[in-house]
Design a protein around this ligand. Structure first.
Ligand SMILES: *[C@@H]1O[C@H](CO)[C@@H](O)[C@H](O)[C@H]1NC(C)=O
Ligand SMILES: *[C@@H]1O[C@H](CO)[C@@H](O)[C@H](O)[C@H]1NC(C)=O
Ligand SMILES: *[C@@H]1O[C@H](CO)[C@@H](O)[C@H](O)[C@H]1NC(C)=O
Ligand SMILES: *[C@@H]1O[C@H](CO)[C@@H](O)[C@H](O)[C@H]1NC(C)=O
Length: 340
């Protein structure tokens, strides 16, 4: 069901910063009052109240998403950050913004979280930037290896700070265990020379008892249990990777004040909300491609539980502990009842 929201507010007396569309809409919701669409053309209203803002937001029929939910997510993030990360450095460096993709036309910063709709977001940013007529025409390799999109760390300090202060900053997250099962399936269950060679070989050689010569040579066939052993090892034989790195490490939400914290689980509705708010043309929507291994079933919670049945209860607990900050910050509930 489509719904037209018209919000009116007195801009001049509120002294709003017009550069950040998302902030405005938020603030307006607190102080605004709904008015009829035809009020927009009513000069009396303009004169009295300064201005009106029209947000034509289409909620999907089943949708329950609202700006209140978004504000609650941001509030929770601030609380968790104040509680756990208050002592960390407050200075933003190039390192902190290296996963933020920049779209200058619609003033959008999108933090890349692999396995949480990232390829489709990159496609959409390319369409917004006018680099492609539509998302369908962009091939998978172009998305990932084309270097069409700039990351925020490629700008100088002033360019970084200016964009952080004035652009809409967007982050999409996913249930943490579901995300790493999705990453494992993508990188280790499918042919992938890079990951098998770089991660598979050291993982098999460290955690497998009596590995075959072929397994050591190719790095193929890493089991989920071996992957979990690697993840939990304080002396990992090879470093972390963005596909399984914690989102709070990738996107630094305690340093960067994201305007929009979206959920992969509700991507259609929430991505469309963000795109409408940044003023993107109505015919631009986030595609829902699953392009790397299109024949694989999507990693659901049921699939996730099946994978975690292959590891011990203690390992499962420790993986949960490993992603605990993401669970807290993004308000995901315990994926298994027996976790503590
Ligand atoms: C409202 O104003 C816009 C432009 O200011 C105009 O194009 C539109 O026709 C008007 N609508 C009505 C219902 O008067
Ligand atoms: C609101 O958006 C929907 C879908 O994008 C469109 O069909 C509709 O005409 C819009 N309504 C107004 C009043 O702009
Ligand atoms: C956290 O999630 C619970 C249940 O899923 C929900 O009721 C609550 O409103 C959420 N809180 C925030 C701050 O998003
Ligand atoms: C959206 O509409 C514009 C104007 O009608 C058109 O030029 C553009 O190609 C469309 N974009 C997509 C992604 O369909």
């Amino acid at each position: 069901a489509g719904q037209l929201l018209v919000l009116c507010a007195q801009f001049d007396t509120l002294g709003l910063n017009l550069i950040q569309p998302f902030r405005i809409s938020f603030f307006l919701l607190l102080v605004a009052f709904p008015c009829r669409a035809d009020d927009i053309n009513n000069s009396e209203i303009f004169a009295k109240r300064g201005a009106c803002v029209t947000l034509n937001i289409t909620f999907s029929a089943s949708g329950s998403f609202s700006p209140d939910i978004l504000e609650a997510r941001r509030k929770l993030m601030k609380e968790i950050c104040a509680k756990y990360k208050s002592s960390i450095s407050r200075t933003i460096t190039h390192h902190h913004v290296k996963h933020l993709y920049v779209e200058d036309k619609y003033k959008l910063l999108y933090c890349q979280v692999p396995k949480a709709g990232c390829s489709n977001w990159k496609r959409t940013l390319m369409v917004l930037a006018g680099q492609a007529p539509n998302a369908q025409s962009i091939k998978h390799d172009t998305v990932h290896y084309g270097h069409h999109l700039k990351t925020l760390d490629s700008f100088d300090r002033q360019g970084i700070m200016h964009r952080l202060e004035t652009y809409t900053k967007v982050l999409f997250v996913r249930e943490p265990l579901e995300r790493i099962v999705s990453a494992y399936r993508d990188k280790f269950e499918n042919p992938n020379n890079y990951y098998h060679s770089l991660f598979g070989k050291p993982i098999i050689s460290k955690y497998r008892v009596n590995p075959s010569w072929a397994a050591l040579k190719t790095g193929s066939g890493v089991t989920f249990k071996e992957f979990v052993q690697y993840l939990l090892d304080v002396h990992r034989p090879v470093g972390m990777d963005i596909h399984w790195e914690q989102v709070n490490q990738l996107c630094n939400p305690c340093l960067i004040d994201y305007d929009f914290i979206g959920k992969f689980e509700n991507m259609d509705e929430e991505s469309s909300f963000v795109l409408r708010l940044t003023g993107a043309p109505p015919n631009i929507t986030l595609p829902s491609f699953k392009d790397r291994n299109p024949s694989d079933t999507r990693t659901s919670m049921q699939v996730t539980q099946k994978y975690f049945s292959q590891v011990s209860m203690l390992e499962r607990q420790r993986v949960y502990d490993f992603y605990y900050m993401d669970y807290l910050m993004f308000n995901y509930s315990k994926p298994f009842k027996d976790l503590y």
